[in-house]
Design a binder for this molecule. Structure first.
Ligand code: BG6
Length: 485
């Protein structure tokens, strides 16, 4: 396959995402020979840097965030020559746009041009207006919008409207890096290429589903952004709901982008709206407190933030329901948090037990465990005869597949594939405007309920699985979180 050259312009180029994720992802694709020599990666930000300064940052980032075995210095140097910088405030029409115009206007207007918005979302509309006014939007221009798209339904609609004024929907790529994760994409294969699962994928056979994205890190240097967002906006509105869509959607009529997105949209629209009573009983919000790991103190959220108080949640657990024939009565437990016991993103599908048992003790229900990260893989729990006991004794075991050793491949970072999809113009794994808005429609009442004080802030010790209230949320239904099973 040959790859056309392109210009990849990143607004917010001095931020964490660019150095930690975007440049390393493009470098990996360079190693895979998908970045032709005429491709340029152009960082744009307000800081007064020149090409060399920015290359120095990119080089340092590559030497930190690319796997050690892939840090070939000669290749890094060759790649870095394709990296440029313009000092520009994209949201300001009076900023110095001429450097970017000069760089870009050299081509004949048919080179693929990607503008990646890695700034605060409230600037997306202004940046787009300016790109249009400065004559930088060509027929082959696509914009990639980093999440979160807005902070509420209204702000998301405003971003969609303002960006949509200048570009058709199929040139707007709203990125959610969870859809770039191999194991999230694999849900489609697991479900729709294995009738053995899809036939059981409904409320007749499934008892409940858990989706967890647990992190061990705290807010780090992102406290300024995070304290205004919180876990619900940062993780649930986008990543967790997208994973939920992949798990819960009906089979799309094809693998065409709109067919897939129509099915995801149906899930989002079928989420049972949260009443005040649901918010009180079915949501848990928490904030991490001081903890201890291997004898070392882990600071609290407030210490990380250097603030005396904050009403922002760093943990959330929600019991959600989907109002469709397929999912009627099946709880979907969603959970995410910072400074938890382990870094793990996973889906647990708990099947129903049989109502009748041949054995003296009821067999454990079957469970499908999809590991999104780390150790991408899938396992299915099974009951077998306990070889050390009588013929009526059962024991639980697993069929377990670890994808990476099975396929002898490196599992790419989620941004790699998505960035190249945007270059190729394939929107399959990007979020359509109506999906973003439907997700906000479900999230917003929870935010409003919390601001009315319906759900008190629970506390949890750093390095644990979250507050006790999260355990109680499942215990009320007679269920356990995966780590307690
Ligand atoms: C980002 C959030 O979208 O996802 C971060 O803004 C979070 O707060 C990150 O740490 C988690 O991504 P991953 O791929 O490490 O699970």
């Amino acid at each position: 396959q040959t790859y056309p050259p392109f210009d990849f312009i990143i607004f917010g180029a001095t931020g964490d995402l660019t150095i930690r994720k975007l440049i390393p992802a493009l470098f990996y694709r360079y190693l895979d020979k998908q970045i032709p020599a005429e491709t340029r990666i152009i960082g744009a930000a307000r800081s007064a840097l020149n090409d060399n300064d920015f290359r120095e940052r990119a080089r340092a980032g590559l030497n930190q965030f690319v796997q050690e075995s892939d840090r070939d210095q000669e290749k890094i140097e060759a790649f870095i020559q394709q990296v440029h910088y313009v000092s520009l405030d994209g949201a300001n029409a009076n900023s110095n746009w001429s450097d970017l115009q000069n760089l870009l206007n050299g081509d004949k207007g048919n080179k693929i041009r990607i503008f990646y918005f890695a700034t605060a979302p409230r600037l997306y509309g202004d940046i787009c207006d300016n790109l249009s006014d400065k004559g930088l939007l060509t027929e082959t221009t696509r914009v990639v919008l980093e999440k979160p798209i807005g902070t509420s339904l209204e702000t998301a609609q405003e971003i969609n409207r303002r960006v949509g004024k200048h570009l058709p929907e199929n040139h707007i790529f709203r990125i959610d890096h969870y859809l770039g994760k191999e194991t999230v994409q694999n849900i489609i294969a697991l479900r729709f290429a294995n009738p053995v699962f899809e036939r059981l994928w409904n409320s007749d056979s499934i008892d409940y589903i858990q989706i967890t994205a647990a992190e061990t890190v705290g807010v780090g240097s992102r406290g300024g952004y995070y304290d205004g967002a919180g876990a619900l906006r940062d993780m649930v509105q986008n990543h967790l709901l997208q994973v939920l869509c992949m798990v819960a959607m009906d089979p799309p009529i094809s693998l065409n982008a709109d067919d897939l997105r129509n099915e995801k949209l149906k899930v989002l629209r079928s989420l049972k709206p949260m009443t005040d009573e649901d918010i009180r009983t079915n949501t848990v919000r928490g904030q991490y407190q001081e903890g201890n790991k291997n004898g070392e103190k882990i600071p609290s959220y407030l210490e990380d933030l250097k603030k005396d108080s904050s009403d922002t949640e760093t943990f959330i657990a929600i019991k959600a329901q989907i109002n469709t024939a397929r999912w009627s009565g099946v709880p979907f437990y969603l959970r995410t948090g910072k400074r938890m016991a382990e870094k793990t993103s996973e889906i647990v599908i708990q099947f129903k037990s049989s109502t009748w048992s041949l054995f003296p003790t009821s067999p454990e229900p079957n469970r499908l465990h999809i590991r999104i990260q780390p150790d991408e893989g899938v396992s299915l729990s099974l009951q077998v005869k306990d070889p050390s006991k009588s013929h009526t004794s059962l024991r639980s075991t697993f069929i377990d597949i670890d994808f990476s050793p099975t396929f002898h491949i490196r599992y790419p970072d989620s941004y790699e594939g998505l960035l190249m999809d945007a270059v190729r113009g394939d929107p399959l794994l990007f979020i359509r405007c109506d999906e973003v808005e439907a997700a906000w429609r479900w999230i917003e009442p929870i935010l409003n309920g919390w601001s009315k004080g319906l759900t008190p802030m629970a506390k949890y010790k750093s390095g644990t699985w979250g507050p006790n209230e999260a355990t109680e949320l499942l215990a009320k239904d007679g269920h356990l979180w995966h780590e307690d099973m």
